[in-house]
Design a protein around this ligand. Structure first.
Ligand code: SF4
Length: 259
């Protein structure tokens, strides 16, 4: 049974440098309330352990998830304590979305903070406000993606509308803690100059003044094939930093700086 002492994890990545400051361990918790068309960890979306196609190595599609006790996971994370201390790093709870296993995520954060480790969560914000607030307040840094400025398009591409995510984002801004907001920019989904202007208006309205841009890549494509799941981004060309110059300029012209 999953609770505050047992969690379901599909990967633990050491020496991460893209999930918050310094050198980090990123813990990928299974389960996500969204199902983004471009998700590069589709096997991590569902809390349940899925069947893979015959002959497929489950580790390739992240279906070799395992249940870990809190003690086991804390011990794994603390192995790299000297690296966190030296680099200003720590542990990031990602997924999936740690909101799906909130009791375990809270317990893990509490134990790590007791040990002096900086903690971050990567979350969609798609949860009832009290649940989101508990997790937000527990972590040192909150990382949130804003996937689309338009509610109907957000639902089309992620499976849910954006109201809940935005209300929780606004609450996180108002709370004043460390917050990193990112936009996954995906060709044909949200990558036009008009999209950038709409993002700027939306982000400005909830008080976000700075974002990071994450250009779309195709690293997840093979996992869909192996899971035998439909992949909606087949043939969509990846984006590179230089492709986003106009998008960035339009955001900045709208009052949102790009970090
Ligand atoms: S929020 Fe992240 S983990 Fe969840 S479906 Fe979207 S890309 Fe995948």
């Amino acid at each position: 049974m999953l609770d505050e002492r047992r969690g379901r994890v599909f990967d633990v990545q050491k020496f991460s440098i893209h999930d918050g400051p310094g050198i980090r361990t990123t813990v990928f918790l299974k389960g996500c309330p969204l199902s983004c068309a471009w998700c590069c960890n589709p096997g991590g979306q569902q809390l349940a352990v899925l069947q893979v196609k015959d002959g497929v190595d489950p580790s390739i599609v992240h279906e070799d998830s395992w249940e870990l006790t809190l003690d086991q996971l804390v011990d794994t994370c603390l192995q790299d304590l000297p690296f966190y201390e030296e680099s200003g790093g720590g542990v990031t709870l990602s997924g999936g979305d740690p909101l799906v296993q909130t009791p375990f995520a809270l317990a893990l954060i509490a134990r790590l903070r007791q040990a002096g480790v900086h903690t971050a969560i990567e979350t969609t914000g798609h949860a009832p406000a009290p649940v989101f607030e508990t997790l937000r307040a527990a972590a040192d840094l909150v990382i949130m993606d804003v996937k689309h400025h338009d509610a109907a398009q957000h639902k089309r591409w992620t499976g849910v509308t954006n109201e809940l995510c935005l209300a929780n984002l606004a609450a996180a801004v108002a709370a004043g803690g460390d917050l990193l907001v990112r936009i996954p920019v995906v060709r044909g989904v949200n990558d036009t100059i008009e999209d950038a202007r709409a993002f700027a208006r939306l982000l400005g309205s909830v008080g976000v003044r700075q974002v990071q841009l994450m250009p779309f890549h195709q690293l997840g494509e093979r996992k869909y094939e192996l899971l035998d799941w439909p992949y909606r981004m087949t043939g969509v060309a990846p984006l590179h930093r230089e492709d986003l110059d106009g998008f960035r300029d339009a955001l900045e012209a709208g009052g949102v700086q790009v970090a």
